[in-house]
Design a protein around this ligand. Structure first.
Ligand SMILES: [Zn+2]
Length: 153
């Protein structure tokens, strides 16, 4: 399922809703397929899958970009596929940045990116930066509590 080949740019923000989270949960419970692999997939936006196919708990084969497609290329996912995702019953889990954006960019041994920055990496960087900003804000918010607790002791 979700062997799609998007033609258009990814959306600016990922859609992380019930469908995306159901897909994440199912993919995390999937087992690696050793029978036949379709190899690496690279999305039009540059997001890369891993090299194996995955068998979901109910037996459907998919690839590791399925979460990316749902989050960033929702407009190009057919209704039938959305129904299939809706029907997954493996719970709901929040995606990691890599699950949303594919495998991290290739870097040489000096940490420099290899090749041009694909479109998805701008979104990855923005997403990761926002994530970091959010946890910094959370730490600042919780800091007074911690100070109070320590003061009370
Ligand atoms: Zn993509």
């Amino acid at each position: 399922m979700l062997y799609i080949v998007p033609k258009n740019s990814p959306s600016e923000q990922p859609i992380v809703d019930e469908l995306t989270m159901k897909m994440v949960a199912a993919l995390r419970k999937a087992s690696e397929s050793h029978i036949q692999s379709y190899g690496f997939h690279t999305c039009v936006c540059g997001a890369r899958s891993d090299g194996t196919d995955w068998i979901l708990p109910h037996g459907t084969r998919t690839n590791s970009l399925c979460v990316h497609y749902l989050a960033y290329h929702r407009a190009e996912v057919e209704a039938g596929e959305l129904w299939a995702v809706e029907g997954l019953s493996d719970g709901r889990e929040y995606p990691t940045s890599d699950e949303l954006h594919g495998w991290p960019p290739l870097r040489d041994r000096h940490g420099r990116r290899v090749g041009a920055a694909p479109e998805i990496d701008r979104r990855r960087e923005r997403y990761d930066a926002r994530d970091a900003a959010l946890s910094r804000r959370l730490v600042r918010m919780l800091w007074p509590f911690g100070a109070r607790v320590r003061g009370a002791r």
